[in-house]
Ligand binder design. Structure first.
Ligand code: UD1
Ligand code: CA
Length: 510
């Protein structure tokens, strides 16, 4: 038997959500990669309703824009004054007319409801021939919710809001979720007759139940299998709870699909992320947006990946990656920052304290330590020496650098773009490369070293260094580790140039 298809899903989202204490309308608060409204519309969309209707009020432009992202054909009905959930539905019917068929009404602040639960509600509603069927739940603490009142035959008779409930009714632990299936024609008639004689002076949609029963129609209740699904979000404490619950649900699905998650309490995965089999996710990792992780990969600890692709068998640790692609078998981190447009080839290695932006690193190439790579193409198997900097920005424009296949840059090379280092070429450590290095050449661009013999004894007499130098010169049996490294020690850095007899810094190349 085919599933009954609702004529419309109506999502009420006009409220400000005062208890959020926020400039952002409540239903636009996000978790797991979607707004609350997005979660609700994604679940409702799975029922394939003929029409999707959103009631917007507070922040209606932003709310409408968000709704259209998930339900492009959605109709947005504006409720100018938030005069109650019944009033909101009345506005919908006044704007769009009577909708014959099953009308599903749900609230924008119930983001944990699953599509399967909505489908079960609609199915039960159709099978029982009810005028209204309410999704209910039994909860330990019913406070804040409308209570489900049943008659002596245990049939749904009424829904009473907490503020209007008698002490006996308050003790009822079956609550109204805020999700209902209605007969569209009967709803249109009943919602016009809702009174405002309640504690808040509002038109309550919940009053439709007693009105329809009074007309002799059938009303039913479907108990949610998992009461956690009907949690409403009214403040940021409940938002955090909903976030945690939704995240746990996603993590469980990935674990059941063959992904190892070492610490589910410290792992956050957005709803649109995909992960391959036998991949391990280590603690303190956030996978965001449309991140795609291959099979047999290892991600974490300490990763934040947004809209990033990680190939099969790759390993990424302590890294922040945004709109980056990491090839199969590549390794990244610890402490790497991959910015948009970074593509790391198969088997390549990006190491510690390395930042890349808008750059392609060829297969098997290495950028192991302390480097910045911006606007560059690095050929396959090239080795980028420690602290190589791709100087891509001249203060006005960005320029491109190419490093050829099997090339090698010495430590502390600065590649001043635009510049090219040819295939198989080298650069010497400490070089500032401003001109192209042809294939196979060694580019050297640094001052030649000059040693001013006896300088310390002449210019720093009486110091410990001078004593040591004297000792080293006089006694060949002195500790070679001390004697053989005249540039070691903190004083070395400011010794030469300050003495006025500095080395030949101007000489360049060999
Ligand atoms: C409502 C139900 C209560 C139920 C609870 C479940 C009513 C009268 N009460 O109470 O029985 O247990 O939800 O969470 O329906 N909204 C509008 N326009 C309005 C008023 C509300 O669009 O004029 C929207 C809000 O933006 C919100 C939703 O309807 O998304 C529910 O409104 P809220 O004020 O949160 O209702 P509750 O007091 O939680
Ligand atoms: Ca609510």
């Amino acid at each position: 038997m085919s599933e009954p298809r609702p004529v419309a899903v109506v999502v009420l989202a006009a409220g400000e959500g005062t208890r959020m204490k926020s400039r952002t309308p409540k239903v636009l608060h996000q978790f797991c990669g979607r707004s609350m409204l997005g979660h609700v519309l994604a679940a409702a969309g799975e029922l394939d309703p003929q029409h999707t209707v959103i009631v917007a009020g507070y922040g209606r432009e932003e709310v409408s824009a968000e709704a259209i992202r998930y339900a492009p054909d959605a109709a947005v009905v504006v409720q100018h004054r938030q005069s109650g959930t019944g009033h909101a539905v009345r506005m919908v019917i006044e704007a769009l007319g009577i909708m014959p068929g099953i009308v599903l009404v749900t609230y924008g602040d119930m983001p944990l409801l699953r599509a399967g639960t909505l489908a079960a509600l609609v199915r039960e509603h159709a099978a029982a021939g009810n005028a209204v069927t309410v999704l209910t739940a039994r909860v330990g603490d019913p406070s804040g919710y409308g209570r489900i009142v049943r008659d002596d035959r245990r049939l749904l008779a009424d829904i009473v809001e907490e503020a209007d409930a008698t002490p006996q009714q308050r003790a009822i632990d079956e609550i109204n979720s805020g999700c209902y299936a209605f007969d569209g024609v009967l709803l249109a008639d009943a919602v016009k007759r809702v009174a405002t004689s309640n504690a808040r002076g509002q038109e309550y949609l919940t009053d439709v139940v007693a009105i329809l029963r009074g007309d002799g129609h059938l009303a039913g209740a479907v108990l949610a299998a998992d009461p956690a699904e009907i949690q409403g979000v009214n403040d940021r404490v409940q938002l955090a709870r909903a976030r945690r619950a939704y995240n746990s649900r996603l993590l469980e699905a990935w674990m059941r699909a063959g992904v190892t998650i070492v610490d589910p309490a410290a792992t956050w995965i957005d709803v649109d992320v995909t992960i391959g089999q036998d991949t391990e996710i280590w603690p303190s990792t956030q996978l965001e947006g449309r991140t795609v992780i291959g099979a047999g990969a290892k991600v974490g600890p300490g990763c934040q990946l947004r809209d990033t692709t990680v190939g099969d068998g790759a390993a990424v640790a302590h890294a922040v990656c945004v709109q980056a692609e990491i090839g199969p078998g590549a390794t990244v981190g610890p402490y790497a920052y991959l910015r948009p447009g970074t593509r790391i080839g198969a088997g390549a290695h990006i190491g510690c304290h390395v930042e890349l932006k808008n750059s392609v690193v060829g297969p098997g190439a290495k950028v192991p330590h302390l480097s910045y790579v911006g606007d560059a193409d690095i050929g396959e198997r090239a080795n980028i020496g420690a602290a190589t900097i791709f100087a891509n920005y001249d203060g006005t424009a960005k320029h491109h650098t190419t490093v050829g296949a099997d090339a090698f840059t010495g430590s502390d090379t600065v590649l001043v773009a635009p510049v090219a280092v040819g295939d198989g070429a080298y650069t010497a450590a400490g070089s500032v490369i401003t001109e192209d290095v042809p294939p196979g050449a060694l580019g050297v661009a640094r001052g030649r070293q000059h040693n001013s013999a006896g300088w310390v004894q002449r210019r720093r007499p009486g110091t410990q260094a001078a004593a040591r130098a004297h000792q080293a010169a006089g006694s060949p049996s002195a500790d070679p580790a001390d004697a053989g490294s005249p540039s070691a020690g903190p004083a070395a850095a400011d010794a030469g140039p300050a003495g006025g007899s500095g080395p030949d810094e101007g000489a360049r190349g060999t």
